[in-house]
Design a protein around this ligand. Structure first.
Ligand SMILES: C[S@@+](CC[C@H](N)C(=O)[O-])C[C@H]1O[C@@H](n2cnc3c(N)ncnc32)[C@H](O)[C@@H]1O
Length: 244
């Protein structure tokens, strides 16, 4: 079941109001950590899976990348990406991640930010990435953390007075479709276990070079109301690996 939620007018308008959509990477809480896991982009060919507005393609070009290809299922997201882009060597393609079929050795770096939890099979993604990535190429991605996606409601458990008690984790080992709430809308996501993410990479011949469950930094904790709740459970998983 493939969903193109970001082309839904109501959902897109809400996503567009988010700080990360208005201000870009610096407004994304996990960016300072993800940035520290990225390789040198100089002269490299980037593929960005689920590129959205293309912030990471632009960042790569600013860091000296040779070219960037951004793939996304959503025409609305890509329309914004095309409006924002000033680099001739950036190309955006409207396509589901599930359908990519780039030839061998097309890219030196494959990156994906918060898109793989919309895709059912992580194994298929890894197989396709492994084909199009050059030997010794880097593969870096962020996803919603398995602890965050396990229960499905993606909301805190509260007592009668509305006070937060805990984050529900249940059905952890049951992977698959979850009808979640995001920005007040129903969104389909795919829960996968930590083992699925990490073991699949190992089985597909990737060497894992970094794993981070990012926490908000002191600035975010001091300035964003409610940010301290983010210290009670992981929301994202960041992984860097290299094709052997
Ligand atoms: C949370 S946004 C992240 C956008 C961008 N990577 C970023 O970090 O700013 C998720 C993106 O994944 C895209 N997406 C969701 N499912 C997809 C799929 N099956 N194939 C390609 N793109 C998909 C959405 O359209 C959306 O642009």
């Amino acid at each position: 079941m493939q969903q193109n939620k970001y082309d839904d007018e109501t959902f897109f308008n809400k996503y567009h109001q988010m700080a990360r959509s208005q201000q870009g990477l610096e407004a994304a809480g996990e960016w300072h950590t993800l940035k520290s896991m990225l390789p040198d982009f100089k002269g490299k060919r980037l593929l960005d899976l689920g590129c959205g507005y293309g912030w990471h393609c632009i960042y790569a070009m600013e860091q000296g990348a040779k070219s960037a290809v951004g793939v996304d299922i959503s025409e609305k997201m890509l329309q914004k990406a095309r409006e924002m882009n000033t680099f001739k060597q950036v190309e955006y393609q409207q396509m589901p991640i599930e359908s990519i079929q780039f030839p061998e050795d097309s890219f030196d770096i494959v990156l994906s930010s918060l898109a793989f939890h919309y895709v059912q099979s992580f194994e298929d993604i890894c197989r396709k990435v492994s084909v199009c990535l050059a030997a010794k190429g880097d593969f870096i991605f962020s996803v919603e953390h398995p602890v965050f996606t396990a229960y499905g409601t993606q909301d805190w458990y509260r007592d009668e007075s509305g006070e937060i008690k805990h984050w529900p984790v249940d059905g952890y080992f049951t992977e698959g479709v979850h009808h979640t709430q995001f920005l007040g809308e129903e969104v389909i996501k795919y829960h996968k276990t930590l083992t699925t993410y990490l073991n699949t990479l190992l089985q597909m011949g990737f060497e894992i070079t970094g794993i981070v469950e990012p926490q908000p930094n002191e600035h975010l904790l001091a300035t964003v109301p409610g940010m301290s709740y983010e210290l009670r459970r992981p929301m994202m998983l960041l992984v860097s690996c290299r094709k052997k």
